[in-house]
Design a protein around this ligand. Sequence first.
Ligand code: GDP
Length: 194
Amino acid sequence: MEVKQSSLAAVGTKFSQYPTDGKVEIAFAGKSNVGKSTLINAMLGRKALARTSSQPGKTRTINFYDVNDCMYVVDLPGYGYAKAPKTEIAKWGMMIEEYLQKREELRAIILLIDIRHEPGKNDIMMYDWLKHYGYDIIIAATKSDKINRSQIQKHLSVIRKTLGLGPDDVLIPFSGEKKTGVQELWAEIERFLD
Ligand code: GDP
């Protein structure tokens, strides 16, 4: 997909603040610091539209980016931020649960996993949660430039095995640094656009 236009259309923590025009949504989820802002910016061809959401003291919101006036890229706040207070984690849980449970516009989820590390407890919980809701999930293995190219397949197999992916589940290596994986991810996303 060629992104001709993108802009921040809505920011919120509850349904009354989310877009109401019914455009299809593709959501991006992942642990704090996994490279989600970098990936979204690369996908949208922007330098700094998405910001890092894990900074302490910042309200953790769901951000909706309008793309070509035909869909929303939805940035879900990162999980697993070590210093987050319990009350904030609880709020995060309720906000995400409500969104996943009720959002009719949501078509698929891109779950970001750092290619260097075996998926952690939170990643596995998130993956299982998304599966439980019946969503199509595409895994983006981020920061692929940080490992040797000869090691990429090995790391992808570890992710596949740890999350329990099936042979049909899509797993795409991505590098914000090298801008690799952008078109592959868009090609997967396009399957879910009307
Ligand atoms: P977020 O918290 O998930 O939104 O993560 P950010 O996009 O802010 O990235 C966290 C850190 O990882 C930053 O220092 C980024 O520069 C770095 N980073 C993100 N993606 C990549 C990547 O593909 N390659 C490399 N080498 N670094 C990355």
